[in-house]
Design a binder for this molecule. Structure first.
Ligand SMILES: C[S@@+](CC[C@H](N)C(=O)[O-])C[C@H]1O[C@@H](n2cnc3c(N)ncnc32)[C@H](O)[C@@H]1O
Length: 376
């Protein structure tokens, strides 16, 4: 079967988790760079990667890569690539671009050249002079880095963090992909108790329930490449059927999610229902300092408020002090806190065992990790 090369893109700091997911899915020739994890597989890798990857932003199909120092070179080498093997006669193809440290720095010119080259290639295949572009979407990207042009087509369409379950949000939700990464680097697994005592829209507990029950995150949404005639609908159906079969239906999870705002709890419950995991999470309204979970061991993963506005700064600093005192009652639990507050450790009253840098949208955040003892 024909080999194809795919690139899973990710937010900075999440590459290791995407690499581990790609490895577990059985893909080959895996290479990791900043924000990009490339791998090889056959055509079914497109549905599989889109349906299963929890931490990646998108899955791109790599069409070619070459050195380009002039627009002529960019045009000729783009035209030589096998666009006609992928794009159908009615395909709608938009070209996006970026350029970093490259002689061809004009992004709009590079985009226009690539579009022209793809049109020329398709003209020779389909014997037409004009394309209606009314069909499936093929978003092409020309990405220039150090004079190397990488040409891809986006197979995902809507970004992968949009699983489809979070229609309603409470202030400052984190992306589903980041929540999944926070859970995957933690010591939590399906046999352990999990608590998020600042659950907001419920992203962390819902992602944990999806991981625990082995529910593929993309099972209930569609992808741009689903419309491509080159991937048979049978392949999509087979991948979805396999994903359905993999769900651990009989598993009982112990996941608690609370928030001081009753509206957040209502929204979280609705989101969990849409994700199909409402029966796996116990939601309740509470100030974090009043939450008492009796289990001897467990894992807390939370994303408390950051106090981005000056007026909130003092309140948030105080909240972190109380958080340190409250969580010291959970001495046998592991705790993971995501925040942009730089003096978090001094407010919380303890140095983290480990820190990891992530980005919550454009905000640089640290993921403070406090490890509990191994359960006996
Ligand atoms: C940054 S948001 C969490 C967003 C969440 N991770 C999500 O993806 O939707 C912080 C949450 O903390 C809640 N919160 C603020 N103070 C609290 C307190 N004292 N106890 C419990 N929850 C609190 C807010 O209501 C808000 O929903």
């Amino acid at each position: 079967m024909k080999q194809i090369e795919l690139i899973a893109t990710s937010a900075a700091g999440v590459e290791a988790m995407v690499k581990s997911e790609v490895t577990k899915l059985g893909f080959k020739d895996i290479h990791t760079e900043n924000g990009k994890i490339s791998f090889k597989g056959d055509i079914s890798s497109i549905p599989k990667a889109n349906i299963w990857l929890r931490c990646a932003d998108r899955v791109l199909l790599k069409i070619g890569e070459f050195k380009a120092l002039s627009f002529e070179e960019l045009f000729e080498k783009t035209k030589a690539l096998p666009w006609d093997e992928w794009i159908s006669i009615d395909g709608k193809f938009t070209v996006l671009g970026k350029s970093v440290k490259s002689k061809l720095f004009s992004i709009s010119d590079s985009q226009a050249i690539v579009k022209k080259a793809v049109v020329e290639k398709l003209k020779s295949k389909y014997n037409v002079e004009w394309f209606k572009e009314t069909g499936a979407e093929y978003t092409i990207q020309v990405s220039l880095l150090n004079d190397i042009a990488t040409l891809t087509i986006d197979t995902s369409g809507t970004a992968l963090h949009k699983r489809g379950y979070r229609e309603k949000n409470i202030t400052a939700p984190i992306k589903e992909t980041l929540a999944a990464a926070m859970i995957m680097v933690s010591y939590w697994n399906k046999n352990k108790t999990l608590l998020d005592c600042f659950c907001g829209s419920g992203t962390i507990p819902i992602e944990a329930a999806l991981i625990g029950k082995n529910i593929a995150p993309g099972l209930n949404r569609t992808f741009a490449s689903q419309e491509w005639s080159v991937i048979s609908q049978d392949i999509w159906k087979q991948e979805r059927r396999d994903a359905l079969k993999s769900i651990d239906q009989n598993l009982n999870l112990s996941i608690y999610a609370s928030d001081i705002n009753p509206e957040a709890i209502e929204v979280s419950k609705e989101n969990a229902y849409k994700a199909g995991v409402d029966d796996c999470i116990k939601f309740f309204t509470s100030d974090f300092k009043d939450v008492k979970i009796k289990d001897q061991y467990g894992v807390i993963i939370s994303n408390p408020p950051y106090g981005e506005r000056i007026s909130e700064k003092k309140d948030v600093e105080n909240l972190y002090r109380v958080l340190g005192q409250t969580l010291s009652n959970y001495s046998t639990w592991s705790k993971y806190i995501l925040t942009s507050v730089e003096k978090f450790e001094s407010l919380y009253g303890k140095k983290a065992d480990k820190k990891r840098k992530f980005y919550n949208g454009n905000i640089k955040v640290d993921y403070y990790q406090y490890f509990g003892p191994k359960p006996t």
